[in-house]
Design a protein around this ligand. Structure first.
Ligand SMILES: C[S@@+](CC[C@H](N)C(=O)[O-])C[C@H]1O[C@@H](n2cnc3c(N)ncnc32)[C@H](O)[C@@H]1O
Length: 235
């Protein structure tokens, strides 16, 4: 299913996430010992939102980052969480319940159906590495954010130095696919390490953001260098 480079075409990515939507949240908690919530909270903080703002969470999946943003724009603000996998969106809507500040809708991250400068900030959590065209996805996020607003990218990155690099290889290449087999989808959880490996290193992602016209780009590495949080501003 996965090509040698870990690349999948968009319809395959969409089908894969539709398939794993039911186990996605549980797998995240098991794979990260629950730390993924903390990383999304940090990404939401970096979006520097204020009450009343409008924010966009791209490739929102089951909606956790969009819900984090919603807490920061209340009262009076609005968050749109968009994704192209209906199964993931259905879970997001269930989770949001009566949370009025957030709306989940279908959209392709590579051709966002929003006008220029429509949002105070745009985020993407663990989604950018699935974009079939990363520069196009980042350009679209930058396009829909108003001047001075932020684009935040939360992603898994490959640590370069031992002992974390050794642990990371063991965890991603052996344990994660084994957990995927237990969860009933070994293909999806073999794709995950492959997609992380082909994703650019922090400097490379910063260059992609600069290519999209973003300025004041910086990044934070956390969790021993496994998680990268990039932020840039629209000029
Ligand atoms: C690993 S999940 C991340 C979900 C969520 N953001 C989170 O923090 O858990 C990746 C998501 O990206 C979505 N995705 C990938 N490429 C996309 C695209 N071109 N347009 C919209 N959604 C996309 C998938 O459908 C999936 O829900």
């Amino acid at each position: 299913m996965t090509g040698a480079t870990g690349t999948l075409a968009d319809p395959q990515v969409r089908q894969m996430f539709d398939r794993i939507a039911g186990v996605y949240d549980r797998m995240n908690s098991v794979m990260t010992a629950g730390l993924h919530h903390r990383w999304r909270a940090r990404a939401a903080d970096l979006a520097a939102l204020a009450p009343g703002d409008r924010a966009l969470d791209v490739a929102t999946g089951t909606g956790d980052l969009a819900l984090e943003l919603a807490r920061r724009v209340a009262p009076g603000g609005e968050v749109v969480g968009c994704d192209f996998a209906d199964g993931m969106l259905a879970r997001a809507r269930e989770k949001a319940g009566a949370e009025g500040a957030v709306r989940f809708e279908w959209a392709d991250a590579l051709a966002l159906p929003y006008s220029e400068g429509a949002f105070a900030a745009a985020t993407v959590g663990f989604g950018a590495r699935n974009f079939s065209d990363l520069p196009q996805g980042v350009r679209e996020m930058a396009r829909v954010v108003r001047p001075g607003g932020r684009v935040v990218i939360l992603e898994i990155t490959t640590p370069q130095r031992p002992p974390l690099s050794t642990f990371f290889r063991l965890w991603f290449d052996r344990i994660v696919p084994a957990l995927g087999r237990v969860a009933g989808d070994s293909d999806a959880y073999s794709y995950l390490p492959a997609s992380v490996r082909r994703f650019p290193a922090p400097e490379g992602l910063a260059a992609v953001m600069a290519g999209a016209g973003l300025v004041r780009i910086r990044w934070i590495l956390t969790a021993g260098g496994i998680i990268a949080l990039h932020v840039g501003e629209v000029a």
